[in-house]
Design a protein around this ligand. Structure first.
Ligand code: PMP
Length: 386
């Protein structure tokens, strides 16, 4: 406050910087509010009305393995994957979940051997999504347990490897690391969408998770889906959700169907020159944010960012740069604890220690509001020395 009054006399920009410096900018969570502007612009194209008498039953389609899966929602999932080209849906069972978080647990339950004397190890290469270890271990299951970093996993016997691609937190495209015959793979493709990464080929794995949270930004709807090759695995995942929540909100599935339809429609309309598709909008937005961020980081000696190689994207039909949903920022020099360092500047981030690596790294969300992002870049540009 004192500095602000001292500097404000001749320089309004300085006043803005110092005056807002006390505001805490929280970029710890990946809350995807960044897409709100698109959905506001689209108006009623994504609105639904549900009458009091509708979607009352527990059941959706009892002839389906996933008996609580709304047909409309399943149809839009297949349509969008086909349009984007990011996943094979033929020969797959769709299991809907309350976010992909519920499906992660359902998948661990379904993949674990049911009568083994020891819990199966769940591994992922570090840096891994910070929720995997805690979600795996919080109920102290007898079926599975967290086995740590896949890069250094050397035990014999069956294991589950989670492959997150592009990866949260560092944005890199990944393949499985352990590669032993008794491995079961769980692919978390939450960020395999054109705004974040070039779409190189349709994902064709045994068990793949997607989430509406990162696709369209509707995290609050709590909808995710799994594409599952094996019928028995799909049945077990369905059983888990039945025991856990007796299905998944129909209201949310209907709303998700409408939102996914609006995304697919926006892609098809764009081809007939009628407006900007959701992915063009979100891709431009992310490109803009990464450009601003790189400019600030490149002009500083204190921080560094991961480098990515551009690649051909089948969806945009051109070579594009990866532009992840998170910044994986490294503090250079002798700053050992980057989270603490940024916290002193009122920027809240998530330390590398939660992702199984050094405290020199932090994860910062790039999916927050324009206001928070702009203030963050602004604040970062003012941090020039220790
Ligand atoms: N997987 C990854 C890699 C994520 O980043 C997230 C959200 N941060 C999730 C799963 C969970 O998403 P949902 O909102 O669908 O539960």
């Amino acid at each position: 406050v004192v500095m602000s009054s001292t500097l404000s006399s001749g320089n309004s920009t300085c006043k803005y910087h110092t005056g807002s410096r006390n505001k805490v900018i929280n970029l710890d969570h990946g809350d995807p509010t960044v897409y709100e502007r698109f959905w506001r612009q689209r108006g009623d194209k994504s609105t639904i009305i549900i009458s009091g008498w509708q979607s009352m039953s527990y059941f959706s389609d009892v002839s389906n393995i996933c008996w609580f899966l709304e047909t409309e929602f399943a149809k839009e999932v297949v349509r969008l994957h086909t349009l984007v080209g990011n996943a094979v849906t033929e020969g797959r069972h769709i299991v809907v979940g309350t976010g992909s978080s519920q499906l992660f647990l359902a998948a661990l339950y379904a993949l674990s051997p049911q009568h083994s004397p020891q819990p199966i190890n769940v591994v992922c290469a570090s840096p891994y999504y910070s929720s995997y270890p805690s979600m795996t271990d919080y109920l102290k299951s007898g079926l599975y347990k967290w086995g740590g970093n896949a890069d250094s996993y050397e035990k014999e016997g069956p294991y589950i490897e989670v492959v997150t691609s592009p990866n949260n937190p560092d944005g890199h495209v990944r393949r499985s690391k352990v590669n032993r015959s008794e491995g079961l793979l769980l692919h978390d493709l939450a960020y395999y969408w054109p705004q974040y990464t070039p779409i190189s080929s349709p994902a064709d794995y045994d068990l793949t998770l997607f989430t509406l949270s990162k696709t369209t930004g509707h995290a609050g709807m709590r909808i995710g889906w799994a594409l599952v090759k094996d019928k028995e695995v799909a049945k077990k995942m369905t059983k888990f959700i039945e025991l856990n929540t007796i299905g998944v909100s129909k209201d949310s599935q209907l709303r998700a169907a409408k939102v996914l339809r609006a995304v697919s429609d926006s892609c098809e309309e764009e081809n007939s020159q009628e407006g900007e598709s959701f992915f063009k909008f979100s891709h431009n937005l992310m490109a803009n944010r990464w450009k601003q961020l790189r400019e600030v980081v490149d002009s500083s000696q204190l921080f560094s960012l991961p480098q990515f190689s551009p690649a051909f994207c089948n969806f945009f039909n051109q070579v594009v740069e990866p532009q992840p949903a998170f910044v994986w920022l490294k503090c250079e020099g002798n700053v050992e604890d980057c989270e603490k360092f940024l916290r002193a500047h009122n920027i809240i981030t998530r330390s590398g220690k939660h992702f199984g690596v050094s405290r020199k790294y932090v994860r910062i969300s790039l999916l927050d509001t324009d206001e928070n992002f702009n203030q963050f870049v602004d604040r970062l540009s003012t941090i020039q020395s220790l």
